[in-house]
Structures are given as C-alpha cells and as structure tokens.
Design a protein around this ligand. Structure first.
Ligand code: PBG
Length: 323
C-alpha cells in the first residue's frame, strides 16, 4: 500500500496540521435580543442560556463578549404588541428602544461591529416582514419603509445593515438611500437565500413575532430550490450587497456551497434558532455531547463555504475556545 490515509491522522498535531477548515471567534456573529426595561435578562425557554436583555444588561453582555474576542453582534428588538401597527411605524421613531440602544452601545463600545435588522416583523401587528393588504404582502410599499429603516439605523450607528425581509429590490433601494445620505461606508449583509423554514420557531417565540395569519411562503424561498438561490444572489450582488447570506444553515449546506462556488463576495450563513434548540435539547437530555455537536456543526457550515456564521453558539464557542 503506497497510500495510507491514516498516516495523516495518527496524532493530534498531524491532524491539526492537515485540517482543511478552522474555526475562529472572528468568524462568528452573535445574535442578541433586546427588550424594554432595566436590569432584565428574561430567559428564552426554547433557547437555553439565551436571554432577552434590557439595554443595561445588553451592554454588560457585550462587554463580556468583547473580552472573549467576540466583536460582532446582530441585534434584534422585542416590542410590545400595543406598539405594533400595520406599517411598523415605531421602527422609524428615532427615540424608539432599538435606535436609542444602538446609539448608546456604539458610544460605549465604538469597537463593536453592529449588524442591525431591517424587516417589519418585530414592529408589525400582522407579524409579517412587509405591509399586508388583504392578505397580500406588498413589495414596493414595503421596500420604501425598509429604506427609511436602514437610514435611521445607519444614523444611530449601525455598521452592517441586515435586510431579513426577502422583498424584491430592497438591497438596491437601501444602498441608494444610504449613499444619498452619506452612509457609503455602511455595509449591507443581504439575507439572499432565506428559506420559509420550520427552524425559526424559537426566534419567533423570543420576539413574539410569528405571523398572525398565513405563512411567509410568498416571500421566503421554497426549501426545494437551490437554482433559485442563484437568481437571488445575482440580484443582491448587482444591487450592491457586501455579503450574501444563506439561512438556515444546516439543511442548506448545498446552497452555501453553490453560492460560494459561483460568487466572490463573502458568504455568510445563519445557524438559526431551531438549529441551536435541537442541539441544546438533545444535549440536555444526555442524548448527544452538546459541545462536540456545536463544533461539528459550525465546522460543517464553514467547510460548505461560509466565511461568516451568525450563531447563538458564538459566546459559548468564544468562552471555551477563545481563538
Ligand atoms: C424575520 C427574521 C427571522 C429570523 C431572523 N429575522 C424569522 C422569520 O423570518 O420569521 C430567524 C432567526 C432565527 O431563527 O434564528 N425578519
């Protein structure tokens, strides 16, 4: 036998040396949930070890993460039902909880790289990512609002705008609005191939943002499709996106790989709430080794071609492995 592949697996040193994929804290974005009040860390039942933080607690959490070398966060706000309306109007009020907190945390921690969320669902009385009229999600009317939302978030200090809504043409509109207002330096991470997925359940619990009627299948992609992701990616790249994101990650590793091979923009993947919940639930039952499952999961997403991973495991990874 001239070839014995086991020779390159015989020690930890050799295995590390020939490892084709590595994980670093710098590859990760940590999604965090913001809620009103003070001194609050409300546990999220379906997402063990994760909380909805009031602004003061959020700052403390970020400080702890910064010490671990974790610098990039995606922030999602929780609003009360009574604050929501059809157009998500509160999203544009510059003294709302979200924008106020963004300004505050960028003042405290200028070194934080902050990704903000652009979509109507946290603010919408219909629980949809766009404006609903007679059961139909209106595209162009929604895109107008999304542009304004991106602008107020950039003014508050966002570094990366994350349109998570899947309306057609929103990346271009957001890019134009940002540029017109001298925010050329603010990046856009497009949710490019975002699928209508069962794996968002725990996130919608965390934000009370589930659709009141129907589902999101007229704007989020059909899990059956991968070629369609190329159409979305072509559009987002042409419209000025700086990152192309695939979401969820695990059931869509082939989509990550496809976009990675076809585009030279960095590919991001969102390791979503349901994917986190599954591993945590099984680990809590003693059915799998949670730490090993976390590492294998994150590694698989990178191996598929993601440069950046949004993951609820970010802090745990940084705590246990640092670099
Ligand atoms: C909605 C949004 C969702 C997530 C991020 N932004 C849920 C949805 O589309 O209903 C899900 C993230 C997760 O599950 O971790 N704009």
């Amino acid at each position: 036998m001239l070839q014995r592949p086991r020779r390159n697996r015989q020690s930890a040193v050799i295995r590390e040396m020939v490892a084709e994929t590595t994980l670093r804290t710098q590859d990760l974005i940590f999604p965090l949930f913001l809620t009103a009040g003070q001194g609050k860390a409300v546990p999220i039942a379906s997402m063990p070890n994760l909380f909805r933080f009031s602004a003061d607690k959020l700052l403390a959490e970020m400080e702890a993460c910064l010490k671990l070398g974790l610098h990039t966060f995606a922030l999602f706000p929780h609003f009360e039902e009574s604050q929501k309306d059809k157009y998500g109007s509160i999203s544009l009020q510059i003294d709302n909880l979200y924008l106020q907190t963004i300004r505050q945390l960028k003042t405290y921690f200028p070194e934080v790289c902050l990704m903000t969320d652009v979509a109507l669902d946290p603010y919408s009385s219909d629980g949809h990512d766009g404006v609903v009229e007679n059961g139909v999600i209106l595209n162009d009317e929604t895109v107008e609002i999304l542009g304004n939302m991106a602008l107020v978030q950039a003014q508050a200090g966002a570094d990366i705008i994350g349109p998570s809504d899947m309306m057609d043409g929103r990346v271009q509109h957001i890019r134009q609005v940002l540029d017109k207002n001298k925010f050329q330096h603010v990046a856009i991470m497009a949710y490019t191939a975002k699928y209508a997925s069962a794996f968002y359940g725990p996130f919608r619990d965390a934000l009370d943002s589930a659709p009141k009627l129907g589902d999101k299948k007229t704007y989020q992609m059909n899990p059956a499709n991968v070629r369609e992701a190329l159409i979305e990616a072509r559009l987002d790249a042409a419209e000025g996106a700086d990152f192309l994101m695939v979401k969820p990650a695990l059931a869509y590793l082939d989509v990550i790989k496809t976009l990675h091979d076809a585009f030279d923009l960095p590919i991001a993947a969102y390791n979503v709430s349901g994917e986190y919940a599954m591993i945590k639930a099984a680990a809590q039952n003693g059915w799998i080794d949670g730490e090993k499952a976390m590492l294998e999961t994150l590694l698989s997403i990178k191996r598929a071609g993601a440069k950046v991973i949004l993951t609820y495991f970010a802090k745990e990874f940084a705590t246990k492995f640092r670099f």
